[in-house]
Write a protein that binds this ligand. Structure first.
Ligand code: ATP
Ligand code: MG
Length: 568
């Protein structure tokens, strides 16, 4: 491929909307172009790198015994009704009608379609285990599409689904996918860390996410350097700490606090630290109001609270609901006298001498003792775990990092087989439910994560495995016949050796070509110019090293092929 005949435009300046390095670089290097928010066109270089990621995924899926299929993106909405997810997916799912007014959706994922298909195809235990996968376009109406390919409205996912005769067999299928994921991300040149994760709307019992650690990551990753425990912050647990020692246990007392509502305002007003306050949050859980208490300096972990309540929908109450259940405006809710179900974080067990809202406008209560003054139904681990909290396994202090979720493996159990009555005939002649797992990789997100983890101030530093081209060949003297002859010869011989090579044959200054070569970031740069040839050869340099080797023309191909094999 030659620059003069390729649709590639590099940009000097960062695109305005790009916030993170990989997004900026993918646009500047001409890999992607924005159509509109969350929608991107893959340009020739972008599509080459994308296909390489997809090919690695495909090879490892096949190696793990999964079979490739391809399902429609457009799905009848009735399938989602059967699984109960038409309601729970909410506005995140694109919905439309066909010409006969039949409700359709653009698939955000394919559990329903796959289970229905398997239900029709599989009748006997002899056909199991079976794992199918596809590499296909998904649609999600994200609230905030951003960071380029990281959070798009249309993106490419590899989604796999396993079907087994028992939970035990399903564990083996899960492990096979987990191991394949480890190999996939490694081959893509990524350091990806498996962490325990929440199961969210997909449902199911257990899951791991594969996180690429990066400061720009949207997820918090809790990590124990002592024992290796790692979990998504949404899921992370902490060891129950020692019960706080009582500070005071006097009688309860009302204090006038006009317009003192936030924790910061309260800390300033009462001149005490945040954990003395009982933060009282009012939620609506499946239509019914509930209250939860966390220490004033901590955040509630909503997924944990949702799991504890065992409800489908949990959302913060609106102002009117808060007013009606507490009898006070927002900012003055407290546990004393509340009549709705009340839960509290485990750190508040036996707590005394606390300050809370008084369920009365402009008023707080001092000396609240939870056991004496309120009716708490359960004390559980309900807060967002943070740095310094004790590890749930070994008790040592936890750390927090940022991560990009590139893959997710779930143990689904029989959630979907029940909805679709997906059964097989056992050797004993019984009809039994298939036990499922599902496994996603954001192929387009993974591509951008490679750039996020592999770049420097000058541009992208592609690993060979997913680079659009392994070699970029710069012709510094396009009017010099001898130089052009060497370029032609190297291009042909490299192609014959199976090496992807891109030739910069533009009539531009060398400085422009060097800058673009760094920006695009192919792993090996080969420079052919009249000065170099006079000195005895061509220049060969790795993108990630400063060392330049001068190699005679007749040894150049062997040298380059050797480097392609040795650099990852
Ligand atoms: P997130 O928490 O980032 O919204 P998710 O947990 O909803 O993702 P899954 O349903 O687990 O995503 O989808 C499988 C994979 O698809 C994710 O691990 C991620 O790599 C990718 N993915 C999900 N949403 C998007 C998106 N909007 N744009 C690009 N890739 C995505
Ligand atoms: Mg996920």
């Amino acid at each position: 491929m030659r620059w003069s005949r390729t649709l590639i435009t590099t940009l000097r300046d960062d695109p305005q909307e790009a916030e993170i390095a990989s997004h900026k670089l993918m646009v500047r290097a001409g890999l992607i172009r924005k159509l509109s928010g969350g929608l991107y066109t893959f340009m020739p270089f972008g599509v080459r790198a994308l296909h390489k990621v997809a090919q690695i995924v495909r090879e490892e899926m096949n190696r793990a015994g999964a079979q490739e299929i391809l399902m429609p993106a457009l799905q009848p909405a009735e399938m989602w009704e059967r699984s109960g997810r038409l309601a729970t997916m909410g506005p995140g799912m694109f919905r439309l009608k066909d010409r006969v007014e039949r409700m359709m959706v653009l698939g955000p994922t394919h559990e329903e379609v796959t289970t229905e298909m398997m239900c029709n195809e599989v009748s006997s235990y002899r056909q199991l285990p079976c794992t199918v996968y596809q590499i296909q376009t998904k649609f999600r109406d994200e609230i905030r599409p951003r960071f380029g390919l990281m959070r798009a409205k249309e993106f490419i996912m590899k989604d796999a689904y396993s079907f087994d005769v028992s939970y035990e067999a399903a564990d083996a299928s899960y492990q096979a996918m987990y191991d394949a994921y480890v190999r996939i991300f490694k081959r893509c040149g990524l350091l990806a860390r498996p962490v325990e994760a929440d199961t969210g709307d997909i449902g199911g019992k257990w899951s791991h996410e594969f996180m690429v650690l990066a400061d720009s990551g949207e997820d918090g990753v809790i990590d124990c350097p002592a024992c290796g425990y790692a979990a998504n912050q949404e899921r992370a647990e902490r060891k129950a700490g020692p019960t706080p020692t009582p500070t005071q246990d006097g009688t309860i007392e009302e204090v006038a606090t006009p317009n003192v509502r936030t924790i910061e305002q309260l800390m300033a007003f009462f001149k005490c630290p945040g954990d003395v306050f009982l933060k009282t949050l009012i939620y609506v859980a499946d239509g019914k109001p509930v209250a939860v208490l966390v220490p004033g300096d901590r955040e509630l972990n909503e997924p944990k609270f949702k799991r504890l309540l065992g409800v489908k929908k949990l959302e913060l109450a609106d102002d009117a609901t808060i007013q009606s259940v507490t009898g006070a405006p927002v900012g003055f809710a407290g546990p004393v006298g509340l009549t709705i179900p009340l839960y509290a974080d485990q750190a508040l067990k036996d707590s005394v001498g606390r300050i809370s809202g008084a369920n009365k406008a402009d008023t707080h209560l001092k000396n609240v003792s939870l056991a004496r003054d309120a009716k708490v139904l359960a004390f559980e681990d309900l807060v967002m775990v943070g740095a310094g909290d004790p590890c749930p396994r070994c008790g040592k202090p936890l750390q927090i990092k940022r991560g990009i979720e590139v893959g997710h493996v779930f143990k689904l159990g029989t959630k979907y087989s029940e909805s679709f009555d997906a059964k097989f005939l056992s050797p004993e002649g019984q009809r039994e439910l298939m036990v499922m797992g599902c496994y996603g990789i954001g192929v387009t997100r993974t591509l951008q994560a490679v750039v996020e983890q592999n770049h420097d101030a000058d541009g992208i530093c592609w690993p060979v495995s997913v680079a659009p081209f392994a070699v970029t060949l710069l012709n510094l003297d396009t009017k010099d016949a001898a130089v052009c002859a060497v370029v032609d010869q190297l291009e042909k011989e490299l192609q014959d050796a199976g090496v992807d090579v891109f030739v910069d044959d533009r009539e531009d200054r060398p400085g422009v070509k060097f800058k673009d070569a760094d920006l695009i970031g192919c792993p090996i740069r080969v420079v052919v110019g009249s000065k170099g040839l006079a000195k005895g050869g061509v220049e060969i340099k790795l993108r990630t090293s400063k060392d330049v080797a001068i190699v005679p023309v007749d040894q150049a191909v062997a040298d380059i092929v050797g480097r392609v094999k040795s650099v990852v």
